[in-house]
Design a protein around this ligand. Structure first.
Ligand SMILES: Nc1ncnc2c1ncn2[C@@H]1O[C@H](COP(=O)(O)OP(=O)(O)OP(=O)(O)O)[C@@H](O)[C@H]1O
Length: 238
């Protein structure tokens, strides 16, 4: 269970003159589904990358559970990019896919088995632990990808536009399933999207970004104000 706090965080990529993020301060309470909402280029990914540790702020601090993680390596932060590696290894079973990263860390077999069985039970994958990739449907694959992150016991999940590559007809249901799973697991989650509709459907709070700046953090009773602030993005040509 964890909180994430950004204090006056700024960032600039070395190859650019203008900053990607400017003076962002926000607090993500424990167990929340916290959405970063903004158009392309507004700084959502860069903020997630700084929390994960792939990017370092050029100013300000990122803290997890109140501890500045500025000098903590990404692998020691327990922050998982939830759908980073969506592709499952085809020659492995679901259980092997879930345990693979843990085996690389040298964790003992019993503990790996315990975690794999626990995550499978939480996500409803117990019945398919011996199945291979081509025997799973789309939702099951998505759950296995999430389970692979879950067995590593993250303190925080970051999800960067996880629906972006899905066809429109499965986007809403997948979004709602991700939210339901997060609620079950209670893991503090930051979720980036450019869709106001998606944000409103799932968020505990919505942080609105534009041009690397935070315009405000909105609670559900304020979500109706967002329609004027954030236009829906144009649908992608099909
Ligand atoms: N690797 C990079 N090198 C240089 N500039 C970058 C890089 N990645 C992002 N930027 C710039 O930083 C700013 C913020 O981009 P970022 O990707 O964080 O926004 P975003 O809201 O996540 O948008 P998108 O959804 O398109 O990724 C933009 O101006 C973008 O062009």
């Amino acid at each position: 269970m964890s909180t994430v706090t950004l204090t006056d965080v700024s960032h600039r990529y070395p190859s650019t003159v203008t900053p990607s993020v400017t003076g962002v301060t926000l607090h993500v309470p424990d167990g929340e589904f916290f959405v970063l909402l903004g158009p392309s280029g507004s700084g959502k990914s860069t903020i997630l990358r700084m929390i994960h540790g792939m990017e370092r702020p050029s100013g300000g601090t990122v803290a997890i559970d109140g501890q500045d993680v500025g000098s903590t390596r990404p692998s020691d932060r327990d922050v998982m990019l939830a759908f980073e590696n969506y592709a499952l290894y085809p020659h492995m079973t679901v259980a092997e896919n879930m345990g693979f990263a843990l085996r690389l860390t040298g964790l003992d077999r019993d503990e790996i088995d315990r975690r794999v069985l626990g995550a499978a039970a939480q996500l409803g994958l117990t019945e398919v632990l011996d199945a291979r990739n081509d025997e799973l449907d789309g939702l099951q694959r998505q759950k296995v990808a999430l389970a692979r992150a879950l067995v590593r016991k993250p303190r925080v999940f970051v999800m960067d536009e996880p629906l972006a590559h899905l066809p429109q007809d499965v986007r809403d249901s997948t979004r709602d399933q991700i939210r339901a799973m997060q609620q079950d697991l209670g893991i503090t989650t930051l979720y980036a999207t450019s869709s106001l509709e998606d944000a409103r459907a799932v968020a505990d709070h919505i942080a609105v970004l534009d041009d690397g700046r935070l315009l405000g953090v909105f609670a559900p009773e304020q979500f109706s104000q967002l329609t004027t602030l954030v236009p829906e993005p144009e649908p992608e040509p099909s």
